[in-house]
Write a protein that binds this ligand. Structure first.
Ligand code: ATP
Ligand code: MG
Length: 346
């Protein structure tokens, strides 16, 4: 009957009864059952993060998953025939590992923690979506797996147990359930060392952090803490520039034209290390503004921003060849580089 149920479970997808589930609670509920299943020779260690987030899952199915992995772990630590049909390890080698295994403390560690999966991780693991997850780890100090077992262990009917001993359906069922929950399983194992199964399950959508703006951390060499005044008449460009600078660590001031910028500088007693100014603006050109500013303040550097595809315009302004200049549109990285160049060049 158990076999039939398992067969059904993986051939016809089960209906999941999904609700918020606290994995810590599930593990507490299972403690007795697990203790009995593992027997006296195996130590059960549970490590649940105190701030563990709830996941959206089917509690009964999740218990089945954990129980099955625990039973496998037990067998891997106690059953001398668990790897009976694993081919790659010669009998001698396997015998050696089994002897070693007997002298090791038998321990099953079940852990649960919050984790975040990023795009890069999800590109490498089919079927996972980036975002916040709970990861349940089930780690044993058993016989471990040779490569050819690791490669097939989720296949239905794959078993290394002796003929008539295992169905080989346990892990394929586990795999199906976890997939249905929107999660995935990662396995780390080495023959003679032990195995770890990591089950990643996504938090409920309402628990997912709002997507962060795509600001990858810039390397330290491109960051800075200086104060920069941005003078730019186009609001969209100005806001964008200010935001780029802030994500790079800079303090910012902003003005939409020269006279406003002069006002800001007069009212600002602290040093302003860099003026990042558009060339062409109403009321006053960038060049005029900077000349004016030099009368009232010193000790700042200047980086001019030239208009979209307007090399001529810049030429027409007759700025010297030494005047630092960056051309719109610029990326955060090219801006960051240019700024460091100007600020670090004494
Ligand atoms: N913790 C583990 N350590 C080492 N090998 C494992 C472990 N868990 C699974 N395996 C390997 O994966 C195979 C497939 O496991 P699965 O649970 O699907 O079937 P089974 O345990 O062999 O049979 P059944 O679950 O029906 O008793 C096992 O036979 C074993 O070779
Ligand atoms: Mg099994």
């Amino acid at each position: 009957a158990a076999l039939t149920r398992q067969l059904l479970a993986f051939s016809r997808r089960q209906v999941l009864h999904v609700a918020p589930v606290n994995v810590g609670e599930i593990l507490r509920e299972m403690e007795k059952l697990l203790g009995r299943t593992l027997g006296e020779d195996i130590d059960l260690v549970t490590e649940v993060a105190p701030d563990l987030e709830p996941i959206e899952s089917d509690a009964d199915q999740l218990q089945q998953v954990i129980l099955h992995l625990a039973i496998n772990a037990r067998d891997a630590m106690t059953d001398p025939h668990f790897m009976a049909r694993a081919t790659a390890a010669s009998r001698d080698e396997l015998g050696h590992h089994l002897t070693q295994m007997r002298s090791r403390p038998k321990q099953l560690t079940i852990s649960a923690a919050n984790t975040s999966l990023d795009e890069a991780f999800c590109e490498k693991h089919v079927g996972v979506r980036p975002g916040r997850h709970v990861v349940i780890g089930i780690r044993d100090t058993g016989i471990g797996m040779p490569k050819e077992v690791r490669e097939h262990l989720f296949e239905p009917f794959f078993t290394t147990k002796e003929v008539g001993q295992g169905s080989g359906l346990g892990l394929s069922t586990v795999y199906g359930i976890v997939q249905q929950m929107g999660g995935f399983i990662k396995v780390e194992s080495e023959l003679g060392v032990g195995s770890a199964f990591m089950i990643y399950l996504p938090l409920a959508p309402s628990r997912q952090a709002p997507p962060k703006p795509a600001t990858r951390e810039a390397p330290d060499s491109l960051r800075g803490h200086e104060r920069i005044l941005v003078v730019e008449d186009e609001e969209v460009v100005r806001n964008l520039t200010v935001r780029m600078l802030q994500t790079l660590g800079y303090e910012t001031l902003q003005a939409s034209h020269g006279p406003e910028a002069l006002d800001i500088c007069r009212g600002h007693s602290e040093p302003i290390q860099l003026i990042l100014s558009d060339m062409v603006m109403p009321h006053m050109s960038g060049r005029e503004f900077v000349d004016e500013l030099r009368r009232v303040r010193s000790g700042f550097k200047v980086l001019f921003v030239s208009g979209y595809g307007s090399e001529d315009e810049v030429g027409g302004m007759a700025i010297g060849p030494d005047t630092p200049l960056i051309q719109k549109p610029f990326t955060r990285e090219s801006l960051a580089r240019k700024i460091r160049e100007v600020l670090d060049n004494s």
